[in-house]
Design a protein around this ligand. Structure first.
Ligand code: PRT
Length: 108
């Protein structure tokens, strides 16, 4: 199993890119364009993920999901958040059945 340290290293690079020139860094250029542009990339990569899945292309699916993860990490970083905030939320939800959680929303 590949460890998740690569996500932490990428997150650290994303934080560093806040001080970089948009001319020299794709991530800095996204920060400079702002929230709407970053969200647009997330939406584009999500659409490409759907197309890869519908084509049944497993390699493209991995590429596109990686693009989605990467661009959502840029979005988190833009808001001062990191992959650790998402991992903490996964930890909070761990073991809570999605079915039970949905039922609890309407209970009472
Ligand atoms: N993981 C990635 C990563 N994944 C995808 N991409 C880029 O995401 C961009 C968008 O992908 P597209 O297929 O939509 O490309 P495109 O059609 O040319 O983009 P548009 O013209 O539509 O904007 C491409 O330029 C990819 O190279 C990434 N760019 C950077 N990283 C990581 O971020 C770090 C910092 O990158 P820089 O800021 O560029 O140094 C890198 O060291 C990597 O670790």
């Amino acid at each position: 199993m590949i460890d998740i340290e690569v996500l932490h290293r990428v997150a650290a690079t994303l934080a560093e890119r806040k001080a970089a020139s948009p001319d020299a860094s794709y991530v800095s250029s996204l920060y400079a364009k702002g929230t709407d542009a970053i969200c647009k990339k997330v939406a584009e990569e999500a659409a490409e993920t759907i197309m890869a899945a519908k084509d049944g292309n497993r390699l493209h699916l991995v590429w596109e999901v990686t693009d989605v993860w990467f661009h959502t990490m840029v979005l988190l970083s833009h808001f001062g958040l990191t992959v650790d905030d998402v991992l903490a939320e996964f930890r909070r939800r761990e073991g809570v059945s999605g079915i039970d959680e949905k039922k609890s929303r309407t209970a009472g």
